[in-house]
Design a binder for this molecule. Structure first.
Ligand code: ZN
Length: 228
């Protein structure tokens, strides 16, 4: 399956809407409660999404001006910003999420040359057309992590498939986890993970496979190393 720029732009909008839906369902005063992610409250997740949108807006600026603007000044700074954001007053944090999501949307709307190259926080050089996909992953998976009633089954099937393939490819490069063959309910291959040991075949829905591969539902198959 080949994902297109149009897919990425559509998924950013959909995923942002899912985060908004989750946030709207979480009563004011309860962002401090745990999220799906170990050690992170819901507020940490929101602060991370806020920082991610601003970081990706830096890449958009880089692409449109040619002036090198990295996502983060350092990983320490990224993490410090998340910790600081997580203890902001809740209305301010919620406001920052909205503000940064619309800054990024405006930035993406201003791009005329999608082939302009930028460098990600992981040091990969990519065309700026990868930015919508980078944001899609974040808003879609973290919408679920907020524990505000959004589940993997709420994510569109084409996104789930693209995400399963993306995670499987990253896990294959790492290669330290189990070898996996992932099939849908009809027995059609969704993704494959190169790893160690005899290949384990798993058959499940796209939502179940992606939840498992992303480390959100360990019940489906053998234990996986952390992802991201
Ligand atoms: Zn993230």
């Amino acid at each position: 399956m080949t994902r297109t720029l149009g897919d990425g732009l559509r998924w950013v909008e959909l995923g942002t809407g899912l985060c908004e839906r989750a946030l709207a369902s979480i009563p004011v005063g309860r962002l401090g409660e745990p999220s799906e992610l170990a050690g992170w409250s819901r507020a940490h997740v929101v602060a991370h999404l806020d920082g991610n949108a601003r970081a990706l807006t830096n890449l958009v600026r880089w692409a449109t001006t040619g002036i090198e603007t990295p996502m983060y000044s350092s990983m320490e700074q990224r993490n410090a910003d998340i910790a600081a954001g997580a203890v902001l007053a809740e209305d301010i944090l919620r406001g920052r999420f909205e503000e940064s999501a619309s800054l990024l949307a405006d930035g993406l709307g201003s791009i005329t040359d999608w082939s302009a190259e930028v460098r990600t926080a992981q040091g990969r050089t990519v065309p700026v057309s990868e930015v919508p996909w980078m944001r899609s992953r974040e808003v879609m998976v973290h919408a679920v992590d907020l524990l505000g009633g959004v589940e993997f089954t709420d994510l569109p099937d084409d996104l789930l498939l693209a995400l399963a393939q993306d995670i499987a490819a990253k896990r294959s490069v790492d290669g330290t986890g189990p070898s996996l063959l992932l099939l849908n309910r009809d027995g059609v291959q969704v993704a494959q993970v190169q790893g160690v040991g005899e290949t384990v075949t798993l058959s499940a829905s796209a939502a179940e496979l992606t939840a498992y591969l992303s480390g959100r539902d360990p019940s489906l198959g053998p234990a996986l190393p952390a992802w991201l």
